[in-house]
Design a protein around this ligand. Sequence first.
Ligand code: HEC
Length: 249
Amino acid sequence: MSLEKLKFPAASAVLVLVMGAPLAASAAGDGIALEHAGNDVGNVASLQRGARNFVNYCMGCHSAKYVRFNRLAKDLQLSEDQVIDNLMFAAEKLHETMQVAMPPEDAARWFGRAPPDLTLMARARGTDYIYTFLKSFYLDDSRPTGVNNLVLAGASMPHVLWELQGLQRKTVEQDEAGHEHIRLEPVTEGSLTPEEYDQFVRDLVNFLDYTAEPMQLERQRLGFWVLLYLLVFGLFAYLLKAEIWKDVK
Ligand code: HEC
């Protein structure tokens, strides 16, 4: 049987579903190769660590204003007490969302730019972008924050994780062909090893991937059954077609 004969609707439906997937992959920064985040939203332990990292290191400036604490408790398999003790510092009630304490006007005055809400950032910029962004701060005296960023030149965000990562400086080398290679090299050591820092950032990105689309776990589970249904249905459709056409030649 040749493939052309498989003209049942399921085959095209499956094709559309499969081919649509890469379109979700996101755009890159200013010509800097993005590192692969490699996070896994199915990893609940990582999501829990990411939520903790987010609350401790990001929520001073950034909100995640579409995320409710009680939904977080459910999705991240935490008890309400665990959420209250570990993730809620400013919020009072479990049905509240992850708001930032700092008024946006003040933030804009202090940083020159209000820190954006991060709920949907993973969808706007992509997980690889955020992962690389958080690893790409380097010393730059010309900036008011003392640092610049490889993927967001002139970023007004300070390197809030510098104690964990350590500080880096940018080096530019030229190879024989005259191509420039930009590299970041450590100047001071952080409290985490490079591998631990990568994991710290990966957990954070994982959490932001989840907040950008809390339904995605559910959707992946459901998608499996939808595809299975289409395949089985397609098989029956094909058998039916073979039966009906068997006498026509
Ligand atoms: C001290 C305040 C502050 C803290 C803390 C902070 N940020 Fe930011 N962040 C900013 C500001 C200000 C901007 C806007 C930067 C710009 O557009 O130049 C920003 C922008 C961003 C962006 C968007 C970058 C882009 O391309 O537009 C991301 C992603 C981000 N922050 C992630 C984080 C994460 C994750 C944390 C926690 C580890 C964090 N930030 C902690 C101030 C902060």
